[in-house]
Write a protein that binds this ligand. Structure first.
Ligand code: ATP
Length: 572
């Protein structure tokens, strides 16, 4: 099994999981390098600690990487594609490149073959070197097979790397970072009697999420794994809840993991009630949203305090894996614009970009490229440039449609849409609260069970509504951007944009509420005729076909459209 990754004229850090030798190899060279082959992966592989790199220069050949110039050229020709360069002249691999206009269908087929043969394909969680207690617990809760992004992220995080985890919505990114953390901290961790830090209680992981709902969802995921006896070892610090109670709980329960929103974490930290200097993991979930202006001051405090031990020494080398002295920073999102890459470089230590079946050093990413999701832009041709297109942020099984309706007919169109697609669980997105309430009222008046979810309703009502929707007690949830990020309702099979999202990133997160974890799902954008150009733009930016449709006689009818057909053809 092999994975071909790219070459660079600048420094290259690559690592490989070796099936036969059972260790991961790092390499680092400043010279122009050929495309090289990464050895096959062994799930039980360990990694040499980053500190190994301090022990002198390493070269690819000294680490056993095979140079593949000729073979790679042959592959390129065979694939009918090309390894194209970005501005820096860096050559790029075919791996995980999204089909773009100038690639033939053959190229796509070849890429799929390479991806299938990639080394990140553990069949069970036990292959990923997690703690035995955690694997037992995973089995108890019915989780046995890791997703692609989990296969790539778990070994990377377990081996102390800072990381950006990027993968499409609903691909299991939460467990991708939770499992390696729970394998190292708390009651399910690997047994390591000699480690002196094991005796030291305290918060060992801080997870930051941009919304209360997402924070609570992560808490529930951790509680599920910790089990009823130990669930108090995770503490929520989300806004909207009583801060004094949270402070009391921190004192009483002595959690090892805290999950919260930036404002509340920063507030309790500033009050001197949250001691995170010895913290080992800082996770920023939906990191691109956490970078927004609203969170700036709170995030600054968090970044300055979490895991910033005074007078920290070099890594503690007790135990099977050398441990880092300062915190490990993990950033997560389905959409990773360049602002995140820049942030990762300044906040983290040699962070790696982890995507499904692909791990790359950030050094291989050009920061000079424009922050764009535009399929027509240069970024479309750069596999490690995560802004290459939001298509990588969207579940592959999702189908995208749009239909035209006048404002006053939108609710009727919505009802027809729900019936035509026979959708069981529908999330409707709107931009304005007043219109949102009207839609709920009209749907209910016409016999369709619906509820509203937005920031203007109380936190209790929000929790109750969400619970009911998840339990299937109502068919339609009408909401706004609040629910676009992270909300995990497995049964959701239809997302309707009753008002268009502001850009491709917002579209991707809204759309990703449906079709989670490989399930089927549809996204229908209902717009007025003058807005069609916005849909066309989204289509170009996303690189996925958004087909025009109508709802007639209880069925979805796909309309003919020249441009869409062309795009479908191009996207293969
Ligand atoms: N290995 C697995 N096996 C079965 N179910 C899984 C596995 N990993 C995750 N899941 C489930 O898949 C669903 C989606 O996972 P998760 O919410 O982590 O996705 P995500 O990639 O973070 O999505 P988003 O980008 O929208 O936040 C969750 O219900 C989760 O419990």
């Amino acid at each position: 099994m092999e994975l071909v990754i790219g070459q660079t004229q600048r420094s290259v850090l690559a690592f490989a999981y070796s099936r036969s030798h059972g260790f991961l190899r790092h390499c680092h060279t400043l010279k122009k390098l050929s495309v090289f082959r990464i050895a096959a992966f062994h799930s039980t592989a360990g990694l040499n600690n980053l500190s190994d790199r301090r022990h002198g220069p390493l070269t690819l050949s000294s680490l056993g990487f095979k140079f593949e110039d000729d073979k790679c050229e042959a592959r390129k020709k065979e694939a009918g594609g090309e390894i194209r360069s970005i501005k820096s002249g860096m050559k790029l691999s075919l791996t995980k490149t999204k089909p773009v206009k100038n690639l033939s269908k053959n190229a796509s087929v070849k890429k799929a073959v390479e991806i299938d043969g990639a080394p990140f394909a553990a069949k069970t969680f036990s292959e990923l070197n997690l703690s035995p207690l955690l694997i037992d617990r995973l089995e108890k809760v019915g989780l046995t097979v890791p997703t692609d992004v989990q296969c790539a992220a778990i070994p990377t995080i377990s081996q102390n790397h800072d990381a950006i985890i990027q993968s499409y919505t609903g691909s299991g990114k939460t467990l991708a970072y939770l499992l390696p953390i729970l394998s190292e901290v708390g009651p399910l961790k690997k047994c390591n009697e000699e480690d002196p830090s094991d005796q030291k209680p305290g918060i060992e992981a801080v997870i930051v999420a941009p919304s209360r709902e997402l924070g609570m969802q992560i808490v529930r995921e951790v509680e599920k794994l910790l089990g009823p006896e130990d669930k108090k070892l995770v503490q929520q610090l989300v806004g909207g809840a009583n801060p004094s109670r949270q402070e009391e709980a921190l004192k009483k329960n002595k959690p090892v993991i805290v999950v919260g929103t930036p404002g509340r974490i920063a507030e309790i930290s500033a009050a001197g009630k949250l001691h995170t200097h010895g913290c080992r993991f800082l996770v920023l979930d939906e990191v691109d949203q956490l970078l927004s202006f609203n969170f700036r001051e709170d995030m600054r405090r968090i970044l300055e305090h979490v895991g910033k031990r005074k007078g920290s020494q070099t890594s503690c080398t007790v135990g099977p894996l050398a441990r880092r002295s300062e915190r490990q920073t993990i950033m997560v999102s389905a959409t990773v614009p360049f602002s995140v890459i820049r942030a990762a470089r300044s906040w983290g230590r040699d962070p790696l970009l982890v995507r499904a079946k692909c791990v790359a050093p950030l050094d291989s990413i050009s920061i000079t490229a424009p922050v764009s999701l535009d399929q027509n832009s240069n970024t479309a041709s750069t596999p490690y440039t995560v802004t290459q297109g939001a298509a990588d942020s969207l579940p592959p099984a999702l189908k995208h449609y749009y239909c035209i309706a006048k404002g006053q007919h939108k609710v009727d169109t919505l009802r027809k849409c729900v019936h035509a697609l026979d959708a069981k669980s529908v999330i409707v997105f709107m931009n304005h609260t007043k219109q949102l309430k009207d839609v709920v009222f009209k749907l209910e008046a016409r016999g369709m069970k619906a509820a509203e979810l937005h920031g203007d309703i109380g936190k209790l009502a929000r929790s109750t509504t969400l619970k009911k929707f998840k339990n299937g007690e109502m068919r339609v949830l009408v909401t706004n951007e609040l629910s676009a990020r992270g909300l995990d309702v497995s049964e959701c099979d239809l997302v309707v944009n009753l008002e268009l999202p502001t850009d491709a990133i917002h579209y991707a997160h809204r759309a990703g509420r449906a079709g989670r974890l490989g399930r089927k799902g549809s996204v229908v954008s209902v717009c007025e005729q003058p807005e069609v150009f916005v849909v066309k733009k989204l289509q170009r930016q996303l690189g996925v076909p958004i087909q025009p449709c109508e709802f007639a006689e209880g069925k979805l009818v796909i309309c003919e459209e020249e441009e869409t057909e062309k795009l479908v053809e191009v996207s293969g």
